[in-house]
Design a protein around this ligand. Structure first.
Ligand SMILES: Cc1cc2nc3c(=O)[nH]c(=O)nc-3n(C[C@H](O)[C@H](O)[C@H](O)COP(=O)(O)OP(=O)(O)OC[C@H]3O[C@@H](n4cnc5c(N)ncnc54)[C@H](O)[C@@H]3O)c2cc1C
Length: 512
């Protein structure tokens, strides 16, 4: 049903660039992998947009890590498993927890400024599902601060070159091995031949109508890996963040971090009732899947498009100082969070599934690695614990780098004659936009917080139709590639959701 490559090319004839390591993605996973690669190797990094446009840069709440001397590791381990409905890969969770501190130290050494108290100790907050305060933060823009520090570090390294506005169309594979990628920059399509390729392409938010994610989150890495024959797993597990700012006019939803509830904010329905006590003993700080479903239930009961988050009981200066970005963004929309309730609703936020990797980021294709949100080590199980994603990016990014440093020591370049035909018909951009919109509507309707077998079956039929239509088209621009990638990811989510016949974690089934 699916073509292998989205563009026509002949590897013998196109321009080729060479490097030892090609990293696709400049979010936390890509940047952290790059700085840990041995300086003797030439590293090329791709960002399809600017280096700053990614989900990492948007991360607000923080990065979870046990840095205290008491025995918090076993609690972090258990909280991660509980949030993930015990579907997690326990080995991966152990690694995450054990290797957190050393990677946080490295981030600090690289220049990341986390918030500190008067005695210069790191401040830690709580978020949903955490039994202890262990979330380190930099006000409410933790991701931005980490990306700032890592970007400075990467730019100082002579062996690393960042190519912005360069779109990876597909990875090149032959005889079970990945040998590089075919990319587009401006109007030129060319190949990068590399000893290894790392997919650090992030999430899939744009598959849904409403999302907290950046516009780059179209699941490109997962879709290209799938086309190349990589194993993709657990795609039914999509996390819906409970508290995105409700905004009728904007599909890209501004996130109200869980850290706001961590500092005491309370969810209320339109009657002012603090409803979370009816749903879970941890009330407002229950794991995300539970809070999202509770909000969805309250919204449906009241037939309202949102519920409310109330932090008005906290000191005004504390709120402004602790959450300056959230305070200002809400104020711009006419909401003074020190006095007003914040309208919120659940939207797509994160995918737990992705490209299957081992503990060192290796996929089933030789020379192909994945890390960050695009990868699935199984660490998050069926629902990610808050603030474990930035941590995953550094812990497994570091492991990918270490593995590559040993793997390519004696490596060679492989070049095979790969050709791809392109006798499809040219499609108009408007049709692509229309299909993209349709896909996002289908996913929002049938593969959202509550799913039914009938709805998923309907979605699968429609998605397959769209994929078949796309299969007869060609168009060498990013909107076409992204549209195929979005549809491919939609297909993977819905077909995995249909295979899981009982509810688990973020995958909640209801009667038709
Ligand atoms: C609003 C928001 C708040 C969040 N808050 C937190 C938090 O507080 N704590 C936490 O742990 N997690 C948080 N998360 C989740 C976390 O930020 C992400 O899961 C994580 O940053 C993903 O990092 P990444 O490096 O895998 O991907 P990203 O940071 O999204 O980077 C992806 C990169 O891949 C590149 N790319 C993609 N496709 C292509 C292509 N075809 N060609 C070339 N380049 C490509 C992009 O240009 C980009 O550089 C939040 C997410 C959002 C959206």
């Amino acid at each position: 049903m699916y073509r292998r490559y989205l563009t026509k090319f002949d590897l013998d004839k196109v321009r080729k660039e060479y490097c030892n390591v090609l990293i696709i993605g400049t979010g936390i996973a890509g940047l952290y992998t790059a700085v840990n690669i041995d300086e003797k190797y030439k590293v090329l990094m791709l960002a399809k947009n600017s280096i700053k446009e990614n989900n990492s840069n948007l991360a607000q709440g923080g990065i979870a890590a046990c840095i205290s001397k008491d025995n918090d590791k076993k609690f972090h381990y258990m909280d991660t498993l509980k949030a993930g409905s015990f579907y997690n890969n326990e080995g991966a969770v152990k690694i995450l927890v054990e290797e957190a501190a050393e990677n946080i130290e490295k981030l600090i050494e690289f220049g990341t400024n986390f918030d500190r108290d008067e005695k210069n100790f790191l401040r830690a907050t709580k978020e949903g599902g955490h039994s202890r305060r262990r979330v380190l933060h930099s006000k409410d823009e933790t991701g931005k601060e980490i990306i700032r520090a890592l970007t400075v570090k990467v730019k100082k390294r002579k062996n690393i070159i960042i190519l912005e506005d360069t779109f990876a169309i597909d990875i090149l594979t032959s005889k079970g091995r990945c040998i590089g990628a075919i990319v587009k920059s401006g109007k030129e399509i060319y190949c990068i031949i590399s000893q290894v390729v790392v997919l650090a392409t992030g999430g899939i938010g744009q598959v849904y109508q409403n999302t907290t994610n950046s516009k780059i989150a179209t699941g490109d890495g997962i879709a290209m890996a799938f086309r190349a024959g990589a194993e993709i797993v657990d795609m039914e597990f999509v996390q819906f963040h409970p508290t995105a700012l409700y905004d009728e006019n904007n599909k890209k939803r501004f996130l109200i971090s869980e850290a706001v509830r961590g500092e005491g904010a309370i969810l209320r329905n339109s009657m002012g009732e603090a409803f979370m006590k009816k749903y879970h003993k941890l009330k407002d700080l229950a794991p995300r899947d539970i809070v999202s479903r509770a909000i969805f239930n309250e919204m449906n009961k009241e037939n309202k498009p949102c519920v409310f988050l109330d932090i008005t009981h906290k000191d005004k200066d504390f709120i402004k100082n602790r959450f300056p970005n959230i305070y200002n963004q809400c104020l711009l929309r006419g909401i003074d969070i020190t006095k007003d309730y914040i309208p919120v609703c659940p939207v797509e936020h994160y995918i737990m599934g992705g490209i299957k990797t081992n503990y060192n980021g290796r996929t089933n294709i030789v020379g192909l690695y994945a890390c960050g949100e695009a990868a699935c080590t199984g660490v998050h199980g069926a629902n990610r614990l808050a603030s474990n994603s930035l941590l995953e990016g550094v812990v497994f990014g570091n492991r990918v780098a270490k593995d590559i440093n040993s793997y390519i020591r004696n490596g060679n370049y492989y070049i095979y004659n790969i050709k791809s035909d392109g006798d499809q018909e040219l499609v108009e951009k408007d049709r692509i936009e229309e299909l993209r919109k349709n896909a996002r509507k289908i996913m929002e309707k049938h593969a959202f917080i509550l799913r039914s077998k009938k709805g998923l079956e309907e979605a699968l039929i429609r998605i397959k139709e769209i994929l078949e239509e796309l299969n007869i088209y060609k168009r060498d621009d990013e909107s076409f590639y992204e549209c195929v990638n979005i549809m491919t990811v939609a297909y993977l989510i819905v077909s995995d959701a249909l295979k899981r016949e009982t509810s688990l974690g973020s995958h909640a089934l209801v009667e038709n």
